[in-house]
Design a protein around this ligand. Structure first.
Ligand SMILES: NC(=O)c1ccc[n+]([C@@H]2O[C@H](COP(=O)([O-])OP(=O)(O)OC[C@H]3O[C@@H](n4cnc5c(N)ncnc54)[C@H](OP(=O)(O)O)[C@@H]3O)[C@@H](O)[C@H]2O)c1
Length: 370
């Protein structure tokens, strides 16, 4: 039997992304672009081929665009947005996909994929389980590179009541001294903290004050649905490590310019096995720019590919209460299929060993100067 195929729903995260998806949009005014997107139907944007495991299993799939910006996903009538996303999955299924993944805000809007899965012709996953696994690996890889000892550190999870953040709180806690839970809604935060505090194997607290929590932390993981920057350079401790899972990003670009002593990494990127090719459907022969290095995909895309490769045609990850066993299982499946954590990267650039050494050095100098 042939290996199942996948589709993955994508959407632009910014106006720059719109130009990347649709080169014809470059130079058009923002209000016009927003209006066009409101009316633009879902369409097959990318044909993915060459995803091949070390033992020779191969899959192909499609990225189907539901072309709305993050704010539009949140602000337009919910039913309108669901319709656009379900139509994208139907297009994928018509092309031959057997399992669908939800990218960025398509997995955030509403109830985190539950309603979309009910209306979809094929199983659906948000991809959040593998994103969590990759994020945790990435945070502690950053700590090791920056010589931060987790066991004596405070970590903050920004977006702690979310699908990704709530699982990250539980997985980070056994490895740190104190974990701070951050979100905007204090009632939900207090309730979640009450539910988990006894099972967390470290000290814990919660707050809605992001700058205060960040100022107290050496390790920071972001997984919010914010559409604005929320991590600013003036709040970060010397030598802090920031693992950014949010799409669009939460960390201000000013951090790259003003804080050479801080290590920021995009935590949800994975290297895809085989010779993956991301080809534009409308311009065959032309590669689609994912704004990632070659052979690299987001962890949520990777989860969808892994489910196809492993013939796990089920709605694997949905909603906000994620089963930690599933996180461990998808990590094992991904490893078996040859997916690995991608090299470190942030602010559209690779983080080379030289850059890490320079970051450590800048942190040491800054500590001496205090
Ligand atoms: N890198 C990847 O491969 C990958 C894969 C999947 C998803 N993602 C991204 O991960 C992020 C989280 O996804 P999710 O499914 O976990 O979302 P979610 O379940 O909706 O959770 C979002 C969390 O963020 C909090 N939040 C929202 N706005 C905030 C703000 N301005 N300040 C502080 N906290 C805020 C929410 O609580 P309050 O509303 O109370 O603030 C909630 O705790 C999204 O950006 C998504 O696009 C990345």
């Amino acid at each position: 039997m042939k290996t199942p195929k996948f589709c993955f729903v994508i959407h632009p995260l910014s106006l720059e992304d719109v130009a990347r998806y649709e080169p014809g949009a470059a130079g058009k005014g923002e209000p016009i672009i927003r209006k066009i997107l409101e009316w633009m139907p879902s369409y097959a944007a990318v044909h993915v081929t060459g995803v091949r495991t070390p033992d020779g299993r191969e899959t192909e799939g499609w990225f189907v665009a539901a072309p709305l910006l993050p704010e539009q996903m949140m602000d337009l009538p919910r039913e309108e947005v669901y319709k656009r996303i379900v139509r994208a999955i139907e297009i994928g299924a018509e092309l031959g996909a057997n399992v669908a993944g939800l990218g960025a805000f398509t997995g955030v809007v509403g109830d985190g994929g539950v309603t979309i899965a009910e209306r979809s012709p094929i199983p659906v996953t948000t991809g959040n389980s593998l994103t969590i696994a990759a994020g945790i690996q990435s945070l502690f890889r950053g700590a090791s590179e920056m010589e931060v000892d987790p066991a004596s550190s405070t970590a903050v999870v920004v977006g702690a009541t979310g699908s990704i953040g709530s699982a990250c709180v539980k997985l980070i806690a056994p490895r740190v001294k104190h974990v701070i839970l951050v979100a905007r809604n204090n009632t939900r935060l207090a309730k979640f903290h009450e539910q988990v505090r006894d099972e967390l194997q470290c000290e814990s607290s919660f707050t809605t004050d992001i700058p205060d929590a960040v100022r107290r932390s050496q390790l920071i993981l972001t997984a919010t649905s914010s559409t604005q920057d929320i991590i600013e350079p003036e709040d970060l401790q010397t030598g802090a490590v920031v693992c950014e899972l949010s799409l669009p990003h939460d960390v201000s670009r000013r951090v790259a310019l003003e804080r050479p002593d801080v290590l920021v990494t995009e935590g949800g990127n994975m290297r895809v096995p085989g010779e993956p090719r991301f080809e534009r459907v409308r311009e065959p022969g032309t590669d689609f720019d994912l704004n990632l290095p070659p052979r690299t995909a987001l962890a949520c895309m990777s989860e969808t590919m892994v489910l196809a490769l492993e013939r796990r045609l089920e709605s694997y990850t949905l909603g906000r209460g994620i089963d930690l066993h599933k996180v461990i299982d998808i990590e094992t499946m991904a490893t078996r299929c040859g997916f690995t954590l991608a090299d470190m990267r942030a602010f559209d650039a690779a983080i080379t060993p030289e850059k890490i050494a320079a970051t450590r050095e800048a942190a040491a100098m800054r500590r001496l100067a205090v």
